[in-house]
Design a protein around this ligand. Structure first.
Ligand code: ADP
Length: 446
């Protein structure tokens, strides 16, 4: 294909407002993370406990046995391949399963075991001899509700009499009939209808109420109000739980509205990313074809394990993928025109080493940590919507959390005064030199 015009690459708008720029909603991002996280994310950070009742001190467990679970539930947990509680589960589970039940607000990044923790709590408290909903979990979207339902079904594998129902669009209860599922998972709108409009569910009988993905929930219009309305109808003795991947003022305000009474607040920070073991270079080019030539030289010269190349727009990414494929590289392309499940499949293939190069746009790549990547190429430097240097995204693309300890290589392509000043701003921000590399002489890289 022909090179996209300069405008499509580093144009006046600075890239971010391009018509072909990929946008990913919080809901999509969250679902993608779920689809690609098949393992627990480990962290070195310490758990922070912000509020606790001095009369009921928190303790932590190192085994699932120590929790005195129903035997069929314990078997389900082991069948899922869980050997020991995750970091957040160690402290959260004893409190979640205690009597009287504790209310909790818990925040930790995606993949750290929050879902498993509250699913286990629901299954532990449910009584299948009572034919009405006792546990209610609110999720931000249809797909996220189904994901949580899948986990619940898996863990309940040996609890054959437990019925799990979905209160999501398309699911209906015949008029005038009561819901007889034991655990209900749904989106705020449909749950409101079932409980408040059709009176199919008696909220007073709910013993565990879970609000999952609070940060995604508040990003969706109307979800916050509906959730608060549902919460208000619960019995005062109902256990209230709220989970979130991030923790800022908005989330916290919402959390206090959902879980007002003296909750235990647990936080697990993300491990810090840093540029410490990363060698950073830049290559000066005059246009996109020269940038391509430089990338080409790079791949021909140095031995590269797995690498990612970031482009500002979908169009550039497609163009680059086509060119590199013509040149015989095994390239994967991740862009916003793909369905979430297709994206997850591409990321998983790349993780399995099926392709060595992953070309992607800025936004579609959010949330993916591919730890085996050692070389990152910024075909376009990251800029914000306003066209300002986006240091946070730069760090996220290039940076590593200390625990991987591997050295990495970052190559930045510069093709205009504007991109050069972006580069300089990023260099100054992190106070780490970005060395110039001659396009013809990439062997200079150690
Ligand atoms: P979160 O809700 O914080 O995103 P999940 O509960 O979905 O985290 O857990 C992330 C991944 O780790 C899932 O694949 C889950 O099956 C797995 N997992 C959760 N808890 C454990 C555990 N204790 N041991 C092993 N794997 C676990």
């Amino acid at each position: 294909g022909a090179a996209p015009s300069r405008g499509a690459v580093g144009g006046a708008a600075g890239g971010a407002s391009e018509e072909s720029e990929d946008k990913v909603s919080k809901e999509e991002e969250s679902l993608l993370r779920k689809l690609i996280h098949s393992k627990l994310v480990s962290t070195k950070a310490d758990l922070e406990i912000l509020q606790k009742d001095p009369n009921s001190p928190l303790y932590s467990v190192k085994t699932f046995e120590a929790l005195n679970l129903k035997p069929e539930l314990l078997r389900g947990v082991y069948d899922m391949g869980f050997n020991a509680p995750s970091k957040i589960q160690e402290t959260a589970l004893p409190a979640l399963l205690a009597d009287p039940p504790a209310n909790m607000i818990a925040q930790s990044q995606s993949g750290t075991g929050k879902t498993a923790a509250f699913v286990l709590t629901m299954l532990s408290r449910v009584d299948p001899s009572k034919n009405y909903p006792q546990c209610l979990c609110l999720a931000p979207t249809y797909e996220l509700a189904l994901q949580t339902g899948e986990v619940t079904k898996k863990m309940a594998k040996h609890m054959t009499s437990v019925r799990i129902g979905f209160a999501v669009r398309g699911e209906r209860i015949p008029h005038g009939q009561k819901c007889t599922d034991h655990i209900l998972i749904g989106t705020p709108g449909t749950v409101s209808d079932w409980c408040l409009k059709f009176k199919s569910v008696d909220l007073k009988k709910i013993v565990v109420f879970v609000l999952d993905e609070a940060d995604v929930m508040i990003a969706t219009q109307g979800h916050q109000d509906q959730s608060v309305r549902i919460k208000r109808m619960l019995s005062p003795s109902c256990q209230l739980l709220l989970f979130s991947a991030t923790y800022d003022e908005d989330v916290m305000k919402f959390a206090q509205a959902i879980v007002p009474n003296n909750p235990i607040i647990i936080k697990l920070r993300r491990d810090e990313e840093s540029l410490d073991n990363i060698k950073q270079y830049y290559i000066e080019c005059n246009d996109i074809d020269e940038k391509y030539q430089a990338v080409s030289n790079l791949y021909a010269t140095i031995s590269i394990g797995q690498s990612m190349i970031f482009c500002a727009t979908r169009r550039t990414a497609h163009w680059l993928a086509e060119k590199m494929t013509e040149d015989g590289h095994a390239v994967a392309l991740l862009s916003g025109d793909l369905e979430i499940t297709q994206r997850a499949a591409i990321i998983n293939r790349f993780r399995d080493g099926k392709e060595k190069v992953l070309i992607t746009t800025n936004v579609t790549a959010r949330g993916i940590d591919v730890t085996q990547v050692t070389v990152v190429v910024n075909f376009d430097l990251p800029v914000t919507m306003e066209g300002k240097p986006d240091c946070e995204t730069y760090l996220h693309r290039i940076g590593r959390t200390g625990r991987f300890g591997k050295t990495g290589l970052a190559i930045n392509m510069v093709d205009s005064k504007r991109s050069y000043s972006t580069l300089k701003a990023i260099e100054q921000h992190f106070r780490k030199p970005i060395e110039k590399l001659d396009a013809e002489d990439v062997e200079a890289i150690e």
